[in-house]
Design a protein around this ligand. Structure first.
Ligand code: ASP
Ligand code: MG
Length: 417
């Protein structure tokens, strides 16, 4: 007997039939003798709709009211699932964030979880054998007593945080795919499902564009060493042996992974923009004059390259920002032109970042060099490069994204045989 958190995403609770199916998954684990807390998302598309309503009501709306509106999607699904469970004879009670409570910062629309009191849930497991159905994505700010939300995709983070708070043995994330793949299978049909992946590798995959899990949930998993199992909610509940090993991907600590490949996976993101500041005088303080104002404007700069300008005397600085910040970043540089002193601003939004990730890179040399050769052979021009201990990324023309991902997937031996 153990304690489990089961999290179901939007497509898994998209309508009443699906919710009934989720109830059967939950019943299976309860019947196997586990204490179960369930975390649900809103029905697929619901949160988008609620966000749109806020925008339509007023483009400059109050973030506290945005949270009051968008948190409602999860309120509905948690109540409905509790009803569906009761209807098949499983004791269940729904909980909203404020009722647990899940205490968060007051950064509305992107709040961080500060503390969760798991005591009440644990005692209800003991006294009543009652399943807790918890609304994901939401919490309460203790200072203001108002409802907060954790940022889009935040119910993954709710699930892992609750798993840590109730000392669960595992956090199961049920979704519309059956695990984490070496890359997006829609782009590379030969992508393989990973049996296990280390927290660190998963963190990089998620940060670099893989959309399976919210980044913050993986961070929490790593901090609390909470194993996260990504699996499909479309597997028939009655076909699953609760004591067996269903298909999925276990995200766990590196020590638990016996077979370590140098490269674990390849992520890509087209939500990038490139800005090049041309012909700046090459002297101390120039980088600060550019990146200082960007930081003040809360714009995240990712890749940075400095090189000699065409004239051979001055320097060019190229960097990337999220596509959504592109306009603001250009404006920020433009208004600092007097201080920076440059000749021209060039930019491109049809760029993509392709990242190769693997903690095995720590102990292997020449992993990136191989990629540069392979991309050159395909005539793919690299605009910028960044590297870290377990990852490197290249910025390329967006039109070549698929080709680059496929080339690298094959190069590093990730193709399914
Ligand atoms: N419903 C929220 C969203 O769509 C939270 C989640 O599903 O994780 O972002
Ligand atoms: Mg999600």
């Amino acid at each position: 007997m153990g304690r489990l958190v089961m999290k179901f995403g939007g497509t898994s609770v998209a309508n009443l039939d699906r919710i009934r199916n989720v109830a059967l998954h939950v019943k299976r684990e309860v019947d196997a003798g586990h204490d179960v807390a369930v975390v649900v998302s809103a029905m697929a598309g619901k949160t988008n709709e609620l966000v749109e309503w806020c925008r339509d009501a007023s483009p400059m709306h109050d973030a506290r009211e945005y949270d009051a509106v968008v948190a409602s999607g999860e309120q509905v699904t948690s109540g409905l699932l509790a009803i569906a469970l009761q209807a098949i004879g499983v004791q269940a009670r729904s909980w909203q964030g404020w009722q647990i409570p899940i205490r968060t910062s007051d950064a509305h629309a992107s709040a961080r979880i500060l503390e969760i009191d798991g005591g009440e849930l644990i005692s209800r497991f003991k006294d009543r054998k009652e399943v807790a159905v918890i609304a994901g994505f939401q919490g309460i700010s203790p200072q203001t007593g108002r409802i907060t939300t954790l940022g889009r995709g935040g119910s993954d983070t709710s699930a892992v945080a609750i798993a840590a708070a109730i000392h669960a043995d595992r956090c199961d994330i049920y979704t519309d795919v059956d695990g984490v793949y070496t890359t997006d299978p829609r782009v590379v049909p030969k992508a393989r499902r990973l049996e296990k992946i280390a927290f660190e590798d998963m963190l990089e995959l998620a940060s670099q564009g893989a959309k399976v899990l919210q980044v913050r949930s993986v961070e929490l998993g790593m901090v609390y060493n909470m194993p996260i199992f990504v699996r499909s909610s479309f597997d028939k509940p009655e076909d699953i042996d609760p004591h067996g090993t269903p298909p999925g991907t276990l995200i766990c600590s590196e020590e638990e992974i016996m077979e370590n490949h140098v490269v674990t996976g390849i992520a890509f993101s087209k939500d990038e923009a490139q800005i090049s500041v041309r012909q700046i005088e090459d002297k101390p303080g120039v980088a600060a004059s550019i990146f200082g104002p960007l930081a003040d404007a809360n714009i995240n700069v990712d890749m940075i390259v400095q090189n000699v300008s065409e004239d051979g005397k001055t320097t060019d600085l190229t960097f990337t920002v999220p596509a959504s910040d592109y306009g603001r970043a250009r404006d920020t540089i433009n208004s600092a032109k007097g201080k920076i002193g440059y000749a021209r601003l060039d930019s491109a939004t049809d760029v993509a970042k392709v990242s190769v990730i693997g903690s095995g890179m720590r102990s292997h040399a020449g992993v990136a060099a191989k990629a540069f050769g392979a991309l050159a052979a395909r005539n793919i021009n690299i605009r910028a490069i960044t590297t870290s201990e377990i990852k490197f990324s290249v910025l390329i023309d967006a039109a070549y994204t698929e080709l680059a991902v496929r080339t690298l997937h094959t190069l590093y031996g990730l193709d399914q045989v």
